[in-house]
Design a protein. Structure first.
Length: 386
């Protein structure tokens, strides 16, 4: 699917509803550029009010004019629209603000249900408030004092004092990293830690835990299975690292989340199916992002803060091309470079089971996560008693 047709579909969905319309059920209405630009302007104004600072006026003007140009290109040419990286960044800002695939800032382990961008998803997310709060508390930023932005990705609590992230995130916070048969070779950089606060406005300061050691890593993919166009992506490998945190007296670890298991007799390893509603929690916006974080260009204060993004599974386990091991799933929630390691969580049923570990994406809204039902044996081998 071309980028033009993808955004034509997404922007048309905003005319109707969120989760209910996301999986299909009729052709979406044509995008309305004037309405969408007005909503984007309103969202920027709301952020100005929330953050107590004005958006950079030059960046704001560039955003609005660029978004209008990109929208006109999609309306006029649809699937044949010619969109460059900047156009896609502006369209991302539009779908973040119009309620199609919003980016919702986490505050006090929840989100602002009155935010206009949340409108299409607020009811579905509010129904699972208790579970969602547990998930938000369990998501942490992988801090790296030696890096440009001070962090490298996302990790989340899977057991008491144990977190999961991507192997490529572990590589970034290590020196001389290597892996053989599930064992990690290399040394952690000084001061690397997981910050489970890091919300917009600051967040709680007492949720930072140093990473003490590596419990296990996923297998490397065979070189012949490397993705032909995207460096570092190999569906034959498991982009996974399991890390143990250092205890701090008087400071409990976040409660671990529930993970969908491939050996669960109730679901038979088939929970992560196409069209299922999901949400992603993590820390988008690293320097290596495939999609520029437009709001971070406007407000420096939103870089590296916890965010929640809803969407749907676009491909279930076993449906992703070249995934012979059946441990990849696709989703269309908004993600950025810092989203590496984020949890992809079931929005339906109980709304609390983690279906996937996000690890990669490309600018035209193709996002991949490891379906954890397919990686259950690897997780169980790395986490004692799991």
């Amino acid at each position: 699917m071309s980028a033009g047709s993808t955004y034509e579909r997404l922007l048309g969905e905003s005319q109707g509803g969120g989760l209910e319309s996301a999986g299909g059920g009729g052709a979406p209405s044509p995008p309305d550029p004037e309405r969408l630009i007005a909503q984007l302007s309103d969202e920027v104004g709301r952020l100005e009010e929330r953050l107590g600072e004005r958006a950079d006026p030059v960046a704001r003007k560039r955003l609005m004019s660029g978004a209008e140009h990109a929208l006109r290109e999609v309306v006029d040419h649809g699937a044949e629209a010619r969109l460059d990286r900047r156009d896609i960044a502006r369209l991302e800002a539009v779908v973040h603000s119009d309620g199609t695939r919003p980016v919702l800032f986490v505050e006090d382990d929840f989100f602002d249900v009155t935010a206009p961008a949340a409108a299409n998803w607020a009811a579905a997310l509010s129904r699972i408030e208790a579970e969602l709060r547990t998930v938000c508390r369990a998501a942490g930023r992988v801090n790296d004092p030696s890096s440009l932005l001070g962090y490298q990705g996302t990790a989340w609590a899977i057991d008491d004092g144990v977190v999961v992230t991507n192997y490529h995130v572990l590589e970034a916070v290590s020196t001389h990293p290597s892996r053989t048969d599930g064992q990690f070779g290399g040394e952690l950089k000084p001061g690397v830690a997981v910050d489970f606060g890091a919300e917009v406005g600051g967040g709680p300061p007492d949720r930072v835990f140093r990473i003490s050691r590596v419990l296990g890593v996923g297998r490397a993919g065979a070189p012949e299975h490397a993705h032909p166009d995207i460096p570092g992506v190999n569906f034959d490998g498991l982009d996974l690292a399991v890390l143990e945190l250092e205890r701090v007296n008087g400071r409990p670890f976040p409660a671990p989340v529930q993970v969908a298991r491939g050996d669960d007799p109730a679901t038979h390893g088939a929970l992560a199916s196409r069209g299922r509603g999901v949400y992603v929690v993590g820390f988008p916006g690293s320097a290596a992002s495939t999609r520029p974080d437009v709001f971070a260009e406007l407000f420096a204060g939103v870089k590296g803060v916890k965010r929640l993004t809803p969407g749907v599974l676009t491909e279930g386990r076993g449906e992703v091309t070249d995934d012979a091991r059946h441990w990849i799933i696709g989703h269309d929630a908004s993600t950025l470079g810092g989203s590496s390691g984020s949890l992809v969580v079931d929005l339906e049923a109980e709304g609390r089971k983690v279906l996937g570990l996000h690890f990669a994406g490309v600018p035209d809204r193709v996002n991949w996560a490891h379906g954890l039902e397919g990686a259950t044996p690897e997780l169980a081998a790395a986490i004692p008693g799991w």
